[in-house]
Design a protein around this ligand. Structure first.
Ligand SMILES: [Zn+2]
Length: 281
């Protein structure tokens, strides 16, 4: 359909191969000018019948994502990459079940260890971690920060970036310092669902016009995302797969070609080491 003659990357979306649109959502993205996708595994509770119990359960979640990403790559003019990790809200589910915060921390760190195997030897591009976006008890908060720091260590060891799901806000310099302390450059920490302004990590801006205008004005590295959740029970709960290509078209109409290049070529190259131009057919 609409050629944009530029890479168009959605930095954070989900494809649910079990109950969602799956590859068909990637086709819709491509039909509107999208070229590259970073597909984050859905939280384990959407894909497993029970809470995860050990490494094999996380493998099942990751394998489902890796498979749908391979199929998505086939329908894109560029390609898709998996981003794998453990959703920070899992801690609350574990604590509500039979775990104390300490054993919840251990299990979530096990999940990240498994994800790190997929980035070190295999198909995944980056890790995903974070901490709850809602208020939790102090010991759950401490466990969550420990999990996230473990993720920073793994990302540093394997030489990859890590996406974070966190509370809202604009100053995450302390979190970026925790990453730097473990040998991970702050630039390689990507705060998913960011607004247009952020200190510390790299921002992956939710593609509302207002937020994008602020990001363009800030004139710093950034990427664009929808956080499309591919959940048939929550249609319209988030931005759809057409949104990033549409916003790219709008940014160009507004004369922001440099920002488009920043978000879809330069920042992805420096953060993830991907070449969205060379991988475009
Ligand atoms: Zn998400």
């Amino acid at each position: 359909m609409d050629e944009l003659d530029t890479p168009v990357l959605d930095d954070h979306m989900h494809l649910d191969p079990l109950v969602g649109r799956g590859v068909e959502a990637a086709e819709t993205f491509a039909d509107h000018g999208g070229t590259h996708l970073l597909v984050v595994n859905k939280p384990s509770w959407h894909l497993l019948e029970d809470l995860p119990d050990g490494p094999e359960d996380f493998r099942r979640v990751f394998d489902l994502t890796v498979d749908v990403v391979a199929d998505a790559s086939d329908v894109l003019p560029g390609r898709a990459w998996p981003v794998l990790g453990v959703h920070p809200a899992l801690v609350s589910q574990l604590v509500e079940a039979d775990h104390d915060p300490e054993s919840a921390r251990e299990l979530m760190q096990t999940g990240l260890d498994v994800a790190a195997e997929y980035v070190a030897d295999g198909p995944a591009l980056a890790l995903k971690s974070g901490r709850p976006h809602y208020a939790v008890d102090d010991d759950v908060w401490a466990a969550s920060n420990a999990v996230m720091k473990h993720g920073f260590g793994l990302a540093a060891e394997t030489g990859v970036a890590i996406q974070l799901h966190t509370e809202g806000g604009e100053d995450f310099t302390d979190v970026a310092e925790w990453a730097e302390d473990r040998g991970l450059p702050a630039e390689r920490v990507v705060k998913h669902f960011s607004g247009g302004r952020l200190q510390g990590p790299t921002k992956s801006v939710i593609s509302n016009k207002d937020d994008l205008e602020v990001a363009v004005e800030a004139d710093e590295p950034f990427m664009m995302e929808t956080d499309f959740i591919d959940d048939p029970d929550r249609p319209g709960a988030v931005l759809g797969p057409k949104t990033v290509p549409r916003r790219v078209r709008w940014l160009r109409e507004e004369g922001h070609d440099d920002a488009v290049r920043q978000a879809h070529v330069e920042t992805p190259a420096s953060v993830y080491g991907i070449d969205t131009e060379a991988t475009l057919q």
